[in-house]
Every structure is written in structure tokens, then in C-alpha cells.
Design a protein around this ligand. Structure first.
Ligand code: UGA
Ligand code: MN
Length: 255
């Protein structure tokens, strides 16, 4: 099965470094289609060149701008607004329009700053409806994992400490779904109007999924194949903060 790997990405000083690391991971994965969704009005040169340089033949580079009322100021905390909503929805639309017939494919939402072990992709290809697995360093914990029933095939709970009452108390990196589900549920999407931490639950519920549908992967959820790493927001000199605001100065960052 084909893997559609959806990455929302936003311009910042660290963006090229993060996308280079991610691209160099993904370039080794057979049968992976990378959907880069830039949070911008127009596609910029850097991701296009990266895809060329890494010789991605199965990829697309689209754009979706986060609406201004959702966009955070420099002084706002990172969690004030949800991130990646417009971008992931644009990718879902793209899939429904262009890849409807790829019924066996699986769809995964991969942030640009996480770390992915190659073995997670093997796990994804074995998903029937929705697969789930542990995620390292997330939610203030070393690992968040689904808890399995003694039969080893049913997920009965989660170790998540943060808002465990969520229908699916898991990170975006913890699951992948079959493309057919996305096609069959044309209104399933992410939303800017759900409480903090409820993106994953909202999306999975909009696909009509229940906890009992979760298929545990990664050796009965005993292995960590993805980490929710976060790239530090580098404290730039005032001069360089200003340079970053000015479109002309994008030339400073080699494309
Ligand atoms: C966590 C989850 O891992 C994300 O998948 C989820 O979207 C986010 O929380 C949330 O609750 O909204 P976190 O590390 O805090 O992730 O988020 P970021 O890595 O800052 O953003 C997620 C993705 O969206 C990144 O690939 C980033 O480049 C992109 N992004 C971020 C945008 O496209 N636009 C933005 O304004 C901000
Ligand atoms: Mn992140």
C-alpha cells in the first residue's frame, strides 16, 4: 500500500533545517507520496527545490494559508491556536480530488519537526482502518502509549496524562488511517473550533471511528518509532528577527 505523508509547514528560521531532516528520512521510503502543504499564499522555492534535490517522484507541494484570526503573534504562546488545520484539510481535499481510487493507501499526518524511525512505515502498511502506536516525548511524558487488553488486539485505554477524558487522548503522530475512510466520509476534517488537544479526537470521530476500531501496531504498542521532538524557537538577534519579516531578506536563506 501507498503511504500519503501529509506535512503542514510554516516559514521560520528553522524551517529548512527541519524539512531537510524530514525529507532525507522520507526519501528512503518506498511507495511514499509526500504532500507538503505550505502555510502561505504562494508556494515558495525552498520546498520545491528540496523535492527536486531529493528526487521525490511521488510528491506534491500545495499551499493553504492559516486564516489571520487564527495566526499567532510572536508574543502569543505556541498553544494559543491550533496549528496545521487549514493545511491538513487542504491535503484531505487534494486526496479526495486526485487519489480517490487508491483505496488501499494509508494517510499519516507528519509534522515537519518530529523524528520518524523507518520502521513506522512498515507498520502503517498493515493497517486495515486505523492504526495506533506509542509516541515518544509528548504531553509531558517520556512516552504516550495505548494500553492493550490481555488478548493483545484491543486498545482499552491510554497512558496519556493530559486530558485523558478525550475520546482519543493521542497525538497526531500516533495514528494513521486508510484513505478509503477519508473518501467515504467527505466531510471529515480538522477544525479551528475545537478545544485545545481535541484535533485528533475530532478528526477520528468525524471518520466515524470508535476506540474499538484502533489497531495496535509497533509490536503490540511496545516500541517507539516516532518522537514528538520540537525544534527550539531560536532566539534571534533583533536584526535577524527583522530580516526574517522582510520578504526580500528571504534571499539570506539559501534556497
Ligand atoms: C502538536 C501536534 O504534534 C501537532 O500535530 C498539532 O497540530 C499541534 O500540536 C496542535 O495542537 O495544533 P506542535 O509540535 O505543538 O504539535 O506543533 P508544531 O510542530 O508547531 O505545528 C504542527 C505542524 O504545523 C508543523 O509541521 C508546522 O510546521 C505546521 N504549522 C505550524 C503551520 O503550518 N502553520 C502554523 O502557523 C504553525
Ligand atoms: Mn511539532
Amino acid at each position: 500500500p501507498q503511504i500519503f505523508f501529509i506535512t503542514p509547514t510554516k516559514f521560520r528560521a528553522e524551517q529548512k533545517a527541519d524539512l531537510t531532516r524530514l525529507g532525507q528520512t522520507l526519501a528512503h521510503i518506498p511507495n511514499l507520496f509526500w504532500i507538503i502543504v505550505e502555510d502561505a499564499d504562494e508556494p515558495s522555492e525552498m520546498p520545491t527545490k528540496l523535492l527536486e534535490r531529493l528526487k521525490f517522484t511521488s510528491s506534491v507541494h500545495i499551499v493553504a494559508r492559516t486564516p489571520p484570526e487564527i495566526r499567532r503573534n510572536e508574543s502569543d504562546p505556541n498553544w494559543k491556536f491550533p496549528r496545521g488545520v487549514a493545511q491538513r484539510n487542504a491535503a484531505l481535499e487534494y486526496l479526495r480530488t486526485n487519489h480517490r481510487s487508491f483505496k488501499k493507501s494509508v494517510v499519516y499526518f507528519g509534522d515537519d519537526d518530529n523524528v520518524y524511525d523507518w520502521r513506522i512505515f512498515d507498520e502503517m502498511r498493515r493497517i486495515e482502518k486505523v492504526g495506533v502506536w506509542p509516541v515518544g516525548i509528548v504531553g509531558g511524558t517520556i512516552v504516550e502509549t495505548p494500553i492493550l487488553a490481555p488478548n493483545g488486539t484491543t486498545v482499552i485505554n491510554f497512558t496519556s496524562i493530559w486530558k485523558p477524558e478525550r475520546p482519543f487522548p493521542i497525538d497526531m503522530a500516533a495514528f494513521a488511517v486508510n484513505l478509503a475512510l477519508i473518501v467515504e466520509n467527505p466531510t471529515a476534517e480538522f477544525s479551528n473550533h475545537v478545544p485545545r488537544g481535541y484535533q485528533e479526537s475530532h478528526f477520528l470521530e468525524s471518520l466515524g471511528l470508535k476506540r474499538s476500531d484502533l489497531e495496535p501496531k509497533a509490536d503490540f504498542c511496545t516500541k517507539i518509532y516516532v518522537w514528538h521532538t520540537r525544534t527550539e524557537n531560536t532566539k534571534l538577534l533583533k536584526r535577524d528577527r527583522q530580516r526574517l519579516q522582510n520578504p526580500e531578506s528571504l534571499n539570506l536563506i539559501e534556497k
